[in-house]
Design a protein around this ligand. Structure first.
Ligand code: BG6
Length: 291
């Protein structure tokens, strides 16, 4: 069976032995294995019981990235990173199942969101999240429909945690000469001239309007192992590693785990997207594992 539907999650398996797991909680992809090798980071301290957002994998950030900085924003009352990652999605079934590809869908509408969050953002909407597995390639796609009578504003981001053996050997290419907001340095705007981003300290950057088609995450400077990240309709990109002190302050993250992960998160977060009544927006990412 290429798709196993369990009580708390769905497991996808393709014909070549790759697999992926998606929890209904947040429709969070928590595992992607290329022929048995895990490619996504999931903290061993992550709660998976629906009491807190999952720490790792690919949480969906919607409709607010971080906390709104403008208190008059429509999403200002929502908690950090919005409501999708802490809402239980419904299982919408298998959409593709053939020799080369398996694809599944999850849905969330406003009435399925926990009640306190519905009050924080009283909009009518429908999300459809599609996860497609094809051997060395994982595709995650989100569509947002405004089912309200008035327009609404939203951010969206696929908060992807990659598993890496040693963060000191990781480099991210494709962001050269692009300006970013440095959240570690009081939100100053910086242009990075370096060929690649390397990690030697806490890193929390929002790259806006990234023109590069492919962002390359080199897993190690000693091999050709890399992730090729293609963004679809997601113009911004967040790069994050909490490093030593932040890691110690997170209850659902082990002190040393910052060495084993890097987040490269395609999104639309520098500005809000405004969606008119009855209109839809769609975006996503295609990640290929090179080895
Ligand atoms: C990143 C943000 O996307 O998510 C960081 O840029 C934040 O500032 C990180 O610390 C994790 O957020 P959270 O809410 O999952 O702890």
């Amino acid at each position: 069976m290429p798709v196993e539907v369990l009580e708390d999650k769905v497991i996808l398996k393709d014909s070549k032995g790759s697999s992926a797991e998606v929890y209904y909680f947040g429709a969070t992809v928590t595992s992607w294995k290329y022929r048995g090798k895990e490619l996504l980071f999931l903290s061993k301290k992550s709660l998976l019981d629906g009491t807190k957002g999952i720490r790792g994998g690919i949480p969906i950030i919607f409709p607010q990235f971080a906390k709104a900085t403008d208190s008059s924003a429509e999403t200002a009352a929502l908690p950090q990173h919005g409501l999708a990652r802490i809402s239980k999605f419904e299982w919408n079934g298998v959409s593709v199942d053939n020799e080369s590809e398996v694809s599944v869908r999850f849905g969330l509408n406003n009435s399925q969101v926990p009640e306190n969050l519905q009050k924080d953002w009283p909009k009518k909407f429908k999300l459809i999240f599609t996860v497609t597995l094809n051997d060395d390639t994982l595709k995650t796609n989100l569509s947002v429909k405004n089912e309200d009578t008035a327009p609404f504003d939203f951010n969206v981001l696929l908060h992807t945690y990659y598993s890496v053996p040693d963060i000191s050997k990781v480099s991210v290419e494709g962001l050269q000469n692009i300006s970013y907001i440095d959240k570690v340095k009081n939100f100053i705007t910086v242009v990075d001239n370096d060929k690649s981003v390397k990690f030697t300290q806490e890193t929390d950057r929002i790259y806006g309007n990234v023109p590069t088609e492919i962002i390359k995450i080199n897993i190690s400077d000693e091999s050709n192992e890399a992730f090729l990240l293609q963004r679809i309709n997601l113009k911004d990109s967040v790069v994050w590693n909490p490093w030593i002190d932040k890691a110690k302050g997170m209850s659902d993250f082990d002190d040393d785990e910052y060495k084993q992960m890097v987040c490269v998160e395609p999104g639309h977060v520098a500005e809000y997207i405004t969606l008119k009544s009855e209109e839809s927006w769609e975006g996503g990412q295609i990640i290929q594992y090179k080895h």
